[in-house]
Structures are given as C-alpha cells and as structure tokens.
Design a protein around this ligand. Structure first.
Ligand code: ACO
Length: 326
C-alpha cells in the first residue's frame, strides 16, 4: 500500500519583523541580509501564542483540505525544536486542542529536517497498516530562542507552522514515491541550544550568558547544508526512479537563498520551478517546507500528477528528502 498527502495547511503569526526593524537591533543592513540570506521579513509570535496555537490552525486547514475530521486521525506527529514545553509533548497538547481520539501522539526533534522525518514516519505507519490517517505538523517559534545580540544569526529566524494529512493512496497516480532520512551527531555542536536541557539546566548564568538561545557556526553549517541537501535530493531521485528531467518542483528547506540557488543548479531546475518563501518567512526550521508546500499548492503552482521533491538539512546534523507525486 502507498500513502499520499491528502491536504496541507499553514499558519503564521500576525507580527512582522522587517530587515529595517533588525537594523535597529544589531549592526547590519537590509542589503546585507537580503544578499547573504534572501530574508526580507519574518513573522514573530507574541507571548500568548505558543507553538501549539499555530500548529492547531495549520492542522485544521490541512484537515479541511483533506476532507477528514479530527476523530478520524490515528496518529499526530509534531516536529519542533521549540515545543510549548519539554513535556508534555506539543503533539499531546494538539491532540487535546483538536478534540482527537486517544491516539498515538508524539513530538520528534530533527531540527529543520523535522517535517521530512515526520512524513517518513507517517508513510511507514500507513504502509504497514498501523494507521489510516496521520497528521504531521512542523511548527517553530524560533524567535523565542534567538540570540538577539548575535548579528551573525538573529536575522535568519522566523515563526510559523505547516501541516499535512497523510492517508492511503486509492490509486497509483499520486503518492509518496520515496523517503530518505539520515544523521551525523558528531557535528551537533555546530548548531545547538547549549543550555536548558539535562546537560546544562537553565540557570541565571545560562540565561545571562545567552546559552538558552541558538548557537550556530553559520559558515560551517552552510558548507554541510549544501553538501547534504544535494546528496538527499539525488537519493530521492534514485529511490523513486524519477529522473531530473521528470522533476517538476523542488521545495527546499528555506535556510539561505544561496543554498537554494546551488541546489536548483545541481538539479538543473530553473528557479521558477523552486518554491521560495524565505523572503517572507525567514528560516522557520521544521515549519519551512510545509509552509512553502502549502503556499504553492494553494496558489495553484503545484498541479495534480506533478513530481515534487522536498529536501532539508538541520540541527543534529540531520538531512533527508521526500519525493511525492501530487
Ligand atoms: N550584518 C552585516 N555584516 C555581518 C552580519 C550582519 N548581520 N553578520 C556577519 N557579518 C559580517 C561578518 O562580520 C563578516 O565580516 P568580515 O568578512 O569582515 O569578517 C562577513 O559579514 C561574513 O560573515 P559570514 O559569517 O562569513 O557570513 P556568511 O556569508 O556565511 O552568511 C549566514 C552568514 C547567512 C548565517 C550563512 O552562514 C548561512 O546561511 N548559514 C547556514 C544557515 C543554515 O543553513 N542553517 C541550517 C539550519 S538552521 C536550524 O536548524 C535552526
């Protein structure tokens, strides 16, 4: 049995932080941020809007498109590095908020590759007959763990949520054609949150010394991201049997426009076949691919029967890809 994506949804908070706003926080310029990263503005949530609120809105839109109700869900997977709490999981909070049955619900942490990991797990649950309908959400509120004194990273991040409903494919015209996930934990120190976990519990010291926020060696991460995203994209082509010529759309993790350009060139895809939303959303980690995907599905760019590859790289390090026929 094959699985397919039946519906997508997205949610972004109302607040917007432009590059001009960032110029007032750190020593930078709109021009530098645009050319180095591609970000023009990002959405920012307020203190009363935790990740589960955005996740619920995205999930409800995805269920509406899929034509299923919350009580039909068999599992809820939430990918996030900024959950409401360490525990309970945001997936459990979402299960309650949606009024779903007492089903499997758990969070997964795979950085910016979280949504890809989630789709791979949902696909496996459906193909092994352990679930019929699975909700996968990628949600982040990275602006709440951003170090606003770090001029080398703070302009990158934004908040948002994207969701997908997966279910069995009734025909062989559309479906998940291949999934691929990988990791290399030896490089974890290049992109991490030093404090707040069991290795260094939150303390006055850790907060005062900016250890509860994102620490990223941007240059190093950039090099690995380029390499692994290309590998993941090629793996999706190999596993699915779809050729470069048959590829219609690339939906890359929205980390940096220069990484996206590189990947498109390697796949021989013109930029008008690449879904780009980094200008509007910034880097929303696990939410970035489902946000971009929902955008392109709803504005009619992605059409039925087209081959779409989604590729991500993130903290861990993790990387992976999903090939679908929409
Ligand atoms: N404004 C102006 N100048 C700046 C800024 C700024 N905000 N920040 C740094 N600079 C300067 C530096 O001081 C440096 O100056 P120098 O050459 O005189 O020393 C110069 O700009 C270049 O700095 P780099 O750090 O080399 O800049 P780079 O071109 O690498 O861009 C960036 C930085 C955008 C962060 C890039 O490295 C990147 O995108 N990295 C990958 C991010 C990514 O893929 N993350 C993956 C997942 S994220 C997640 O999982 C949450």
């Amino acid at each position: 049995m094959q699985s397919k994506i039946l519906g997508t949804g997205a949610a972004i908070p109302d607040g917007i932080l432009t590059n001009q706003d960032i110029e007032k926080i750190i020593d930078t310029s709109d021009e530098w941020i645009r050319t180095r990263s591609g970000v023009v503005e990002r959405h920012i949530s307020d203190k009363d809007t935790p990740s589960s609120v955005l996740a619920k809105e995205a999930a409800e839109k995805a269920m509406e498109m899929a034509g299923i109700s919350a009580d039909q869900l068999d599992a809820i997977l939430v990918a996030s590095v900024t959950p409401d709490h360490s525990f309970p999981s945001t997936a459990c909070i979402l299960q309650d908020k949606l009024g779903a049955r007492k089903i499997t619900a758990f969070d997964l942490s795979a950085g910016c590759t979280g949504f890809i990991y989630g789709v791979a797990q949902a696909d496996a649950l459906i193909r092994s007959n352990n679930a019929k309908f699975v909700l996968v959400v990628g949600v982040e509120e990275l602006t709440k763990v951003t170090d606003w004194t770090d001029r080398s990273s703070c302009f990158l991040f934004g908040d948002g949520a994207g969701a997908a409903i997966l279910g069995p494919s009734e025909d062989d015209k559309s479906g998940i054609l291949a999934t691929y996930t990988a990791s290399d934990g030896s490089l974890g120190g290049l992109l991490y949150q030093p404090a707040g976990g069991s290795s260094r519990p939150a303390s006055h010291y850790s907060v005062d010394h900016h250890m509860s926020t994102i620490l990223m060696r941007g240059n190093e991460v950039f090099k690995h991201a380029v390499r692994q995203m290309e590998e993941a994209a090629l793996k999706a082509l190999e596993l699915s049997g779809v050729s470069k010529e048959e590829l219609d759309w690339l939906i890359p993790h929205q980390a940096n426009i220069r990484i996206i350009d590189f990947l498109a060139r390697r796949l021989k895809l013109p930029l008008d076949q690449v879904v780009v939303s980094i200008d509007k959303h910034g880097n929303t980690s696990a939410a970035s691919i489902p946000l971009a995907f929902d955008l392109a599905v709803r504005d009619g760019r992605i059409k039925r029967g087209q081959n779409v590859v989604m590729v991500a790289f993130g903290a861990g390090f993790t990387w992976g890809s999903v090939m679908i026929r929409w």
